[in-house]
Write a protein that binds this ligand. Structure first.
Ligand code: FEO
Length: 171
């Protein structure tokens, strides 16, 4: 049996993870249009990972005897001023997701739902990694500035990103 408040909050997070996937796929398309194929590939992997995050919530809600509800997904932006602008929006969005996960953890403690608290810990760790990865890219972009060779090299580097190996909870 799943606590009603927890079920609702997990479903809200499910929607946010799908939105994240949509947002990063939109950024992937933007980078493709700018011929930044490495950044486009990086964002496509990110979009796929967000889809997996959403599916973790989907599977967990059902496993706990709840109902996964698929709501409307907001349309993401489709244009950015620069690569730096897009990655800064990514960082802002990830901070929002971190706060949302923290809110869920607080709720799980409030209702003494230890299973959900344990489930959420994977996301707590994941958010630390996601924020750190994006911060590094932003720092690199700031250092590079308008230098086109620097952008070219960073694009190459980001294009080498490999998808994360599947985790048991995502299966
Ligand atoms: Fe699913 Fe980027 O957090």
């Amino acid at each position: 049996m799943i606590n009603e408040k927890i079920e609702k909050a997990l479903n809200a997070q499910l929607n946010k993870e799908f939105f994240s996937s949509y947002l990063y796929l939109s950024m992937s398309s933007y980078f493709e249009s700018k011929n930044l194929t490495g950044m486009s590939a990086w964002m496509k992997i990110q979009a796929n990972e967000e889809h997996l995050h959403a599916m973790k919530f989907y599977a967990y809600i059902i496993q706990k005897g709840g109902r996964a509800i698929l709501g409307a997904i907001e349309a993401p932006a489709n244009n950015w001023k620069s690569a730096l602008d897009a990655f800064e929006e990514t960082y802002t969005h990830e901070k929002f997701i971190t706060a949302s996960i923290d809110g869920l953890v607080n709720l799980s403690l409030e209702v003494k739902d230890h299973a959900t608290n344990n489930f959420l810990q994977w996301f707590v760790t994941e958010q630390v990694e996601e924020e750190a990865n994006v911060t590094k890219i932003i720092d690199d972009l700031k250092m590079i500035g308008e230098n086109s060779y620097g952008i070219f090299m960073l694009d190459r580097e980001l294009g080498t990103r490999q998808p994360a190996p599947p985790t048991p909870a995502a299966a």
